[in-house]
Design a protein around this ligand. Structure first.
Ligand SMILES: *[C@@H]1O[C@H](CO)[C@@H](O)[C@H](O)[C@H]1NC(C)=O
Length: 756
């Protein structure tokens, strides 16, 4: 056997990566812990430790009262058992964090023995916030922190160019369109970081339907939890950190827990209830060990299976899209993205047979992926073929059952509230044993299969088979002993004319082994592509149209990649047209005059200076009187959007005498206010409460009085300044019976009077 060129390249790529201490984190939404007591933290931390997770990345939004309540509990629970925590400052959830707050939070909590340290420095991350990048020069000087933000909205190149980060975290954990998850995002981070620490994302799923937060889309989950771990384990380039997105973001169903909620966001139905995700943690100790050390031992065998409770087209899709125009992605119908299958992974010490039962009907399964030597994680799926009923996945050897899933979850064509649920039900079983088995170490294996995207598929499939699977162009999917190379032809090849330079290595390698597709490779050196568009990006929408009122808006917005599938028809696709700087407006709200749905088109177009009928931008509010540290304009604006039932309930709940007196003149009975107050203090305020109150005459009369009373408006302003309400944006306009323009004018007058 000849020396395998690919193997050599592989080994070299491996050698210089001296990884100091790999760590796996899980993104943890502190905002979802409103009702936690100490013991809840103890429990979550115990689960995370059992899964071999090193730390929680605590997502904290600015000025959220839940943070201040819960952090002391979280840290004391973690200190008690030697678990670690660090902050992930969320700059999107509730606006940017002031620099001084960030400094005091880090200074205070970094002293805890539970705060995660990296090379002796407190470790700090973010969700977004690149516009505040300069703050970090001072924050780092004051706190000595190690700073590894997620600034994915800019992409690796521009985020790194800001110059204040010590490493970067990528949020690109999901596939775009009907595709498997890939490593192109990672490759771009590795390239620009050039050796600085990289934190790679991994997620099991994504489905959210929270119109209250303008979120209603899914990305393909399917095989992702298996595929992505595989990519991380065998990746040619190794990140130093992996962050699981997420531990408990139930609202986006990318979590690993048995959840509550979604309480907020005006979810049209509870897509979370009775849908556990805990089974996805079952093999974490094994895969994390394998990722960290390149070897791990199978002791107890197990099976994890997941599936959606309804076939994709069973009921109404509830307006959910595959991909989202809000991120300038080409949108799909959800059923074009998700596959009606039962997916399963099994941790086994030897080969076994898998069978899926749906409502008692048996479907023979097979493995799309088997680990080398049949020791490790096996994976596969079966089409449901329209079957309904409880789902059991059974592992057998020699005809006898080794183990099976609980079978508590079912698939049904009947949907709760008539809406298809795109969440996953995750089931698990355990109990098999093949004795203690340790698979061959990763470093002793090479890629023997792989794939790519767009024009790279064919070449990657060929070269990856022979261990040449460069991560910048291809994604390896299978590892094993090197396959013998075909005889070299001796030709030297280059990318074909106008093709990306990224084809260089692949053409050289493949053509020399006798596979030389003319459309991609050339035997003569030719000019390569010079433009800015990455050959790996998924196409965006580049033109579109609609019928009726939205025609003009669609033809404008689709041209810039914003082409919501429920309003517009995309007519052509290609590289995304990037906006010109003049198009970047600062308008934050735009709606249709008659309140009909516009799928975000009005905001997109009006904020870029094109604002045709039926769009309307609510007038700006007057600047309020002195307001240190904040500009009144934005407060007034925010107020308008949060002047909600929630605010009023908090006024009741806070029950200062002044507020009570002012409200007492209204038609609501004292008893009713007392009920609200009790409820608010005991349970917080749920979406259902808000919706109930939106049709409550007591609330309506209060709103009317509020708008007419300068005293109340000024109290409201004060209350709002003292207690901003995170994430709640049920606007006045959504209260039935109040025309937006009337409300706006009255409110503006009220505010002007109040601020004089
Ligand atoms: C996606 O991943 C699954 C599981 O690893 C695999 O069976 C399937 O072939 C992949 N699809 C493509 C198009 O690569």
């Amino acid at each position: 056997m000849r020396l395998l060129a690919g193997v050599l390249a592989w080994a070299l790529a491996f050698a210089p990566v001296v990884v100091q201490a790999k760590s796996v984190f899980a993104h943890f939404m502190v905002g979802n812990t409103k009702s936690f007591v100490l013991n809840d933290w103890v429990q979550e931390i115990a689960y995370a430790k059992a899964a071999r997770i090193d730390a929680f990345a605590l997502n904290i939004a600015y000025d959220d009262y839940v943070t201040q309540l819960q952090l002391p509990l979280a840290f004391s629970a973690a200190e008690a058992v030697g678990f670690k925590l660090f902050f992930s400052f969320d700059y999107a959830g509730n606006g940017p964090w002031p620099k001084s707050e960030v400094i005091s939070m880090i200074s205070y909590y970094a002293a805890s023995s539970a705060y995660f340290q990296y090379n002796g420095k407190p470790f700090v991350s973010t969700f977004e916030g690149p516009e505040r990048s300069e703050d970090w020069t001072d924050i780092k000087a004051s706190t000595g922190c190690f700073f590894i933000p997620d600034w994915s909205s800019l992409g690796a190149k521009d985020a790194w160019a800001l110059g204040t980060a010590d490493g970067l975290f990528s949020w690109e954990g999901w596939p775009n369109g009907p595709n498997n998850v890939s490593t192109y995002g990672d490759a771009s981070y590795f390239m620009y970081l050039d050796g600085a620490p990289y934190m790679a994302p991994i997620s099991p799923w994504f489905y959210t339907n929270m119109p209250g937060y303008n979120k209603n889309w899914l990305w393909r989950g399917d095989d992702m939890w298996f595929d992505r771990w595989q990519q991380l384990i065998v990746g040619e380039l190794q990140p130093e950190f992996v962050q699981i997105i997420s531990w408990n973001d139930y609202g986006e169903r990318q979590d690993l827990r048995y959840p509550f909620g979604p309480e907020y966001g005006k979810a049209p139905y509870n897509y979370v209830k009775n849908m556990p995700h805990d089974g996805w943690r079952q093999f974490l100790p094994f895969v994390i060990e394998l990722w960290k050390t390149g070897t791990a031992t199978v002791e107890t065998e197990g099976i994890t299976a997941w599936f959606r409770p309804n076939p994709a087209t069973a009921c109404s899709d509830g307006g959910t899209t595959g991909n989202t125009a809000t991120q300038l992605q080409l949108e799909f119908q959800p059923q074009e993205i998700v596959q009606d299958k039962v997916f399963y992974s099994a941790l086994l010490g030897s080969d076994a047979t898998v069978t899926v039962f749906i409502g008692g009907r048996s479907i023979p399964g097979d493995w799309s992926n088997k680990p080398y030597g049949n020791v490790g994680v096996f994976h596969g799926s079966v089409n449901t073929g329209g079957a309904g009923g409880n789902v059991i996945v059974r592992i057998t050897r020699g005809g006898s059952t080794v183990m099976e899933t609980s079978g508590k979850g079912a698939i049904s064509a009947g949907c709760a509230n008539g809406l298809t649920n795109f969440n996953a039900y995750v089931d698990a079983g355990t109990g098999g044993s093949s004795g203690k088995k340790t698979p061959k170490a990763i470093k002793d294996l090479v890629p023997i299969a792989g794939t790519g995207v767009n024009e790279f598929v064919k070449l990657c499939e060929f070269t990856c088979k022979y261990a040449y699977c460069p991560e910048a162009a291809c994604t390896a999917t299978k590892f094993g002993d090197a396959i013998e190379l075909p005889d070299p032809t001796g030709v030297i090849a280059y990318p074909a004319e106008g093709k990306s330079a990224a084809f260089g290595g692949l053409c050289r390698f493949a053509c020399n082994l006798g596979y030389c597709p003319e459309d991609l490779c050339s035997l003569v050196e030719k000019p390569t592509y010079e433009g800015d568009v990455s050959p790996f990006v998924q196409p965006a929408c580049t033109s579109g149209t609609a019928t009726g009122d939205l025609q003009g808006l669609c033809s404008y917005a689709c041209n810039w990649g914003f082409c919501p599938i429920h309003a517009c028809t995309c007519l052509s696709t290609g590289p995304l047209h990037l906006p010109t700087p003049e198009q970047e407006g600062d308008i934050k709200t735009a709606v249709t005059t008659d309140g009909s749905p516009d799928y975000g088109l009005c905001l997109f177009a009006c904020s870029r200076g094109y604002c045709p009928k039926p769009c309307f931008v609510p007038p700006k509010l007057p600047v309020l009187s002195p307001d240190p540290g904040n500009d009144g304009d934005s407060i007034g604006y925010t107020l308008l959007s949060v002047l909600s039932d929630y605010t009023l309930v908090r006024m009741w709940a806070s029950a200062s005498d002044e507020v009570e007196d002012a409200l007492a003149e209204q038609t609501c009975s004292v008893g009713k206010r007392a009920t609200y107050r009790r409820h608010a203090s005991r349970h917080g305020v749920t979406t259902r409460d808000l919706e109930k109150r939106a049709s409550d005459p007591c609330l309506h009369s209060t709103v009317a009085a509020l708008l007419g009373s300068p005293k109340l408006v000024s109290m409201l302003v004060g209350l709002y300044r003292g207690n901003p309400i995170p994430g709640v944006a049920l606007g006045v306009s959504q209260l039935p019976g109040y025309a937006t323009s009337v409300m706006t004018n009255t409110f503006i007058n009220g505010l002007s009077t109040a601020s004089n």
